[in-house]
Design a protein around this ligand. Structure first.
Ligand code: FCB
Length: 458
């Protein structure tokens, strides 16, 4: 089909792909000298994972990668975002690399390029080597230093073929879910350590960008954030403050320093009030850090799923009226309980473009959990996922029409996989995985996505 027959074409150079991450799909946690990651450790803790599972086998992608690349080719993907498991490269997080670990990603990259798919690796998608956690993990500055060495070594090996790199995936999750709420590995509940972790993740990003530029001069470098389109539930001062606080902690805390504005003073004050930061200067920020974090990048990656509507519990209902936003009905939520709200991503993309002006933007993840499996006819009829993508892609297109330099869309996820603390209870794939047999079945949404890619539009 030529573009003039397509109702909603995307720009000619728009990149279509899908994303995964190492711990969620690879399995083979003991293969070829891989070290232990903080997720291996967390999964052993009773009650940490909803179905008491782990990523020990997951989609067995470590052994089935060739078949999985063939499936990507069948879907017509132009890019594939995967992550590199640091414990496969450096089991202790430091020192000599394990040849077999790097060889795995080397072969994967070659096979992707052979079938015409652009590799888009993420250096850190949450599987920290356990020995680094034992020294303090991301709340410890030494982890940021170790990360740069790891990034450089991976760049040296793959940089002759890989141009597009993501340094970190969602530092908010790694820091806050990992060190403040304890829902994610390493499962720690310590406000001050979480604040330090936020900083060291950003710092290691900036340092890694500099290091990668040296070894891969042609590199296209960025970080991926999970920004949340946020709204006050009402115009009341209390709700507006709840909005300010969440938007500050989730969005501005990361965007402001990445774009040279330092950490937002209102969030610092919030965290001082909570006892997560001491009064006075931030104890973990050394001279030059803010400059390092603001190292220029080539794009900003965004993972977009839902929105947040903030209401304050701090004042009585009667004092906090009128409530203008109703909670959306159940059928407008995915299995994660996340509201389907496409308009939010248009608003967020426009805001980021206007306030921070990244050189380019990629949606590095976007997708929905729905548990549809194969029906009597063997097909997976996941019409809700098709509707989800249709809505979000239209919203992305609207942002492009408003001059947002959005360059690509990477669906989450290629495969159903290990959804962190939810184990295997949530399915995000364009491709269904039967975990007993490891059989892959392309869902209706996967075929629909293939058609979208083929005609570059909806
Ligand atoms: C994102 C993660 C990704 C996946 C999706 C559903 O926060 O980056 O690994 O779990 O959510």
């Amino acid at each position: 089909m030529t573009s003039h027959t397509v109702k909603h074409p995307f720009p000619d150079d728009f990149v279509w792909g899908a994303a995964t991450s190492s711990y969620q799909i690879e399995g083979a946690v003991d293969a070829d000298g891989r070290g232990t990651s903080i997720w291996d450790t967390l999964c052993r803790q009773p009650g940490a994972i909803e179905d008491a599972s782990s990523g020990a086998i997951a989609c067995d992608h470590y052994h089935r990668w060739r078949q999985d690349v063939a499936t990507m080719a069948e879907l017509g993907l132009q890019a594939y975002r995967f992550s590199i498991a640091w414990p496969r490269i450096q089991p202790t997080g430091r020192g000599e690399v394990v040849a077999a670990g790097l060889d795995f990603y080397d072969r994967l990259v070659d096979e992707l390029l052979r079938v015409g798919i652009t590799p888009f690796p993420t250096l850190y998608h949450w599987d920290l080597p356990q020995p680094l956690e034992d020294e303090g993990g991301w709340s410890h500055r030494g982890t940021a230093e170790a990360f740069v060495d790891y990034a450089r070594r991976v760049g040296e090996r793959l940089g002759d073929r890989v141009r597009h790199w993501v340094t970190h995936n969602e530092p908010w999750c790694a820091a806050v879910l990992g060190y403040e709420t304890g829902e994610h590995a390493p499962g720690i509940k310590d406000g001050p350590r979480a604040m330090a972790a936020r900083h060291h993740l950003l710092l290691s990003h900036g340092w890694a960008v500099r290091a990668l530029r040296e070894v891969v001069p042609e590199a296209v470098l960025g970080i991926t954030l999970n920004l949340v389109p946020s709204f006050a539930a009402s115009p009341s001062p209390a709700d507006r403050d709840a909005f300010r606080s969440l938007d500050g902690s989730f969005n501005r805390w990361f965007l402001d320093p990445l774009y040279g504005m330092g950490y937002p003073a209102d969030v610092i004050a919030d965290r001082q009030a909570l006892g997560h930061l001491p009064p006075g200067p931030l104890p973990f920020v050394a001279e030059g850090d803010l400059q390092a974090i603001a190292e220029p990048t080539d794009y900003l990656g965004l993972n977009l799923y839902s929105r947040a509507v903030l209401r304050s519990d701090a004042v009585a209902e009667a004092d906090n009226a009128p409530r203008t936003v109703q909670v959306a009905p159940a059928d407008e939520h995915t299995d994660m309980g996340w509201e389907v709200y496409p308009k939010g991503i248009t608003q967020l993309l426009v805001r980021v473009h206007q306030c921070y002006a990244p050189a380019a933007l990629y949606i590095t993840e976007c997708g929905a959990a729905y548990d549809d499996g194969p029906g009597a006819d063997g097909e997976v009829h996941d019409a809700r996922r098709v509707a989800f993508f249709d809505g979000y892609l239209r919203a992305a297109q609207e942002a492009i029409e408003l001059d947002v330099p959005l360059k690509g869309f990477l669906a989450w996820s290629l495969l159903d996989n290990f959804e962190w603390a939810y184990g295997y209870t949530k399915r995000f794939g364009l491709v269904h995985v039967d975990y007993e047999t490891q059989r892959r079945t392309i869902k209706q949404s996967g075929r629909w996505y293939r058609d979208v890619i083929e005609r570059n539009g909806l």
